[in-house]
Ligand binder design. Structure first.
Ligand code: NDP
Length: 266
């Protein structure tokens, strides 16, 4: 049996085991995916001791996992954070599938020419790299302006949320902050958000499992809106494709989506 896990702290809330075990079952593979809560950041040692075939990595270990990997592939080199490990011989190969998961999630919004990301954390970095790679003009606004250097360096326009130009037209607005997760507020003042939404076609909130204030306000402007559930699904689908060296079929994606929604197999 091949074993997989998700490393995080906390990790008890994670739906990845449901989703990935459903995927393995659908493919008829003898694999088991569990959760590993770790405080210390010795991911690589645990990965090797447990003879894992692969893993996902979530908060707060993505940057350390990047540092520890033997080989880093693709956009993860720019983001400097990884969410997927694969054992290849005696090496750990690492990827970041958050950006491609996001692009799959917004497929129904494409083509678009401009996007505004609010937030400058790890998720915003993965999304910004993917949007710029897709030639979409990207603006990043964050409360703390000193965290914007990364985005400027990769070719995004940057601004503090305080100085955000609300008259500018963005096709897509993305909440990549944690605002709305446990509170009922918006990542920028409501009046400013309304001005932007008036001219916007699509809204995406990285937060999943919740109709946030950001999303409910967006719906009032009748624009097409999505929560982060599909991003979670597709980053997982991409990881499974990498582990199993297969291309996901519609049937596999449906099965993983059902498991995510129902949180059935764990
Ligand atoms: P980080 O902790 O790295 O970044 C948090 C961001 O939120 C920062 O930009 C921070 O701004 C901003 N922020 C926090 N509090 C406030 C506030 N009160 N007002 C304004 N801005 C604020 O988080 P991540 O990038 O890892 O995650 C961001 C969100 O994405 C989370 O809600 C997470 O649940 C979600 N997520 C969804 C995924 C999916 O698959 N759907 C995957 C991963 C994450 P500042 O720099 O000023 O502190």
């Amino acid at each position: 049996m091949n074993r997989y896990t998700i490393f995080g702290n906390p990790v008890s809330h994670s739906k990845s085991p449901s989703m990935q075990n459903a995927g393995f079952k659908y493919l008829g593979l003898d694999c088991l995916y569990d959760k590993t809560q770790i405080k210390k950041q010795n991911i690589k040692d645990i990965f090797k001791q447990r003879d894992l075939s692969g893993a996902n990595i979530t908060l707060p270990h993505k940057e350390v996992a990047y540092e520890l990997a033997d080989i880093v592939v693709g956009e993860a080199n720019k983001i400097k954070a990884v969410n997927t490990y694969i054992k290849r011989g005696d090496k750990i190969v690492a990827y970041n599938t958050d950006g491609s998961g996001f692009m799959m999630a917004i497929k129904e919004f494409l083509p678009i020419s401009s996007a505004l990301i609010i937030g400058a954390g790890g998720t915003a970095k993965a999304i910004a790299v993917a949007l710029i790679e897709a030639n979409i003009q990207t603006t990043v606004a964050n409360r703390t302006a000193s965290k914007l250097k990364f985005f400027k360096d990769i070719g995004a326009k940057t601004t503090s949320t305080k100085n955000l130009n609300t008259n500018y037209i963005y096709n897509l607005i993305i909440n990549a902050t944690s605002v709305g997760l446990i509170d009922d507020t918006t990542p920028i003042p409501i009046n400013n958000l309304k001005k932007i939404l008036k001219n916007c076609s699509y809204a995406f909130d990285c937060i999943y499992n919740k109709n946030t204030k950001f999303l409910s306000l967006s719906k009032m402007f009748c624009i097409k809106c999505k929560s982060g559930e599909d991003m979670l699904l597709y980053q997982g689908v991409k990881a499974l494709e990498l582990w199993t060296n297969t291309k996901a079929t519609k049937g596999l994606i449906k099965c993983m989506r059902d498991a995510l929604v129902n949180n059935t197999i764990s």
